[in-house]
Design a protein. Structure first.
Length: 390
């Protein structure tokens, strides 16, 4: 059985194969005219969560990398990070907002088939369309209803309810964060005080006034000693080696060399600078300078952390003290003036296609059954039909 045979067979019965689907399309169009009209309203918003604590996040990462958190207390490592904007989407999709909307607009009178609250929520959620534009971050909230005013007011309420709940949750989190930050600040202050005492004791134990300044003075003195020693060697060579002047010059040069060795040479393990002099051994001073710089760097990091922490505490206190809107309305909900469904053209086309497939399938099956169309499957078809209708 060729396709052309089927096509010729159906064209000979145009009033059935084409006429009935055409009439079915008209009937579908007419039926759609009597169906209840639905109207869709939409609100489009952008998230604006305000100033985020990016500096605090960087601070926590730096503190963790340097081991500062572990030294200040184990509880600090569990502090929460940045507010996630996805939280708003979780809230607007959440059960609390859906239930509040159902109660506000008495949607149980619309979804009458829902016997239980859970099924009511599911039906309402399936009609509430919340979409996010990945490229712009714009969130759209849509709803269709027979009542134009209901469609408009409902999407506004959903967005406002989600915003209100977000603000409440953000305040609660801000209070928790403030408490944790204050604890962090107290630990930092304690550590800074302890480190300051260590630095003071460092200067006392080593008889120092200002290590960098004393080292600079020592280097200047060493340069002067070296210059004098060179000059004396030159003078010794000029006067010769066998006279009283040369002996005096040698004596003075030896004294200078011993003083030079005290300031530049090796030092004992128990070496401590003399309180009667500001000069110190340069090799010992370099070693102590590295130790001092490490302590001062740690103290400076503590003060920097404390300064940044103070700013974040002020910001979190501001968040907890006032309402901070999370949304900016890009397009407000509107009162629709044209129906969103039923689409009469879709009804007409769908019924016409359905009738076309059904009628032509029946015509082809009948033609094969009675032998008007040749097919090798005729006997199988007859057996199947007889088994269905004996």
């Amino acid at each position: 059985m060729a396709f052309s045979d089927i096509l010729i067979f159906l064209l000979k019965r145009k009033w059935l194969s084409i006429g009935i689907p055409f009439l079915a399309g008209i009937l579908g169009f007419v039926i759609s005219c009597f169906l209840p009209l639905y109207y869709k309203s939409e609100i489009r918003i952008a998230l604006d969560s305000g100033t985020k604590t990016n500096s605090l996040s960087s601070l926590m990462k730096g503190a963790a990398a340097s081991g500062l958190l572990s030294s200040l207390g184990p509880s600090l490592g569990s502090m929460s990070g940045l507010e996630n904007e996805d939280l708003y989407l979780d809230i607007i999709d959440g059960r609390d907002v859906l239930l509040a909307t159902i109660e506000k607009f008495k949607l149980d009178t619309i979804y009458k088939s829902a016997k239980y609250k859970e099924s009511l929520i599911k039906q309402f959620y399936s009609d509430l369309k919340i979409k996010v534009d990945e490229s712009t971050g714009i969130i759209s909230c849509e709803y269709e209803a027979k009542n134009k005013i209901l469609a408009r007011d409902l999407v506004r309420f959903v967005v406002e309810a989600a915003n209100e709940k977000y603000i409440k949750l953000r305040k609660e989190r801000a209070l928790q964060t403030i408490e944790q930050l204050n604890s962090f600040r107290r630990n930092i202050i304690t550590s800074a005080d302890s480190l300051s005492e260590i630095l003071i004791q460092f200067y006392r134990d080593n008889n120092l006034l200002n290590l960098e300044a004393q080292l600079q003075l020592t280097l200047t003195a060493l340069a002067g000693y070296e210059e004098q020693i060179k000059n004396m060697k030159i003078s010794e060579n000029k006067v010769g080696a066998d006279n009283s002047t040369a002996a005096e010059l040698r004596k003075r040069r030896n004294i200078l060399e011993r003083e030079f060795q005290k300031l530049r040479g090796e030092f004992s393990e128990d070496y401590v600078p003399n309180k009667a002099s500001v000069y110190i051994n340069s090799d010992w001073a370099v070693k102590k300078l590295i130790e001092l710089e490490r302590l001062e760097m740690h103290l400076k990091r503590l003060f920097t952390t404390l300064e940044m922490l103070e700013g974040n505490i002020v910001m979190e206190e501001s968040i907890a003290a006032r309402n901070m809107p999370i949304i900016q309305v890009v397009q407000d909900a509107y009162l629709p003036d044209y129906k969103s469904k039923p689409k009469r053209a879709k009804w007409a086309l769908s019924t016409a296609i359905l009738a076309f497939v059904l009628i032509n399938s029946l015509l082809i099956i009948k033609a094969i059954y009675i032998g008007e169309l040749e097919s090798e499957n005729r006997e199988s078809l007859r057996k199947l039909i007889k088994s269905l209708w004996p």
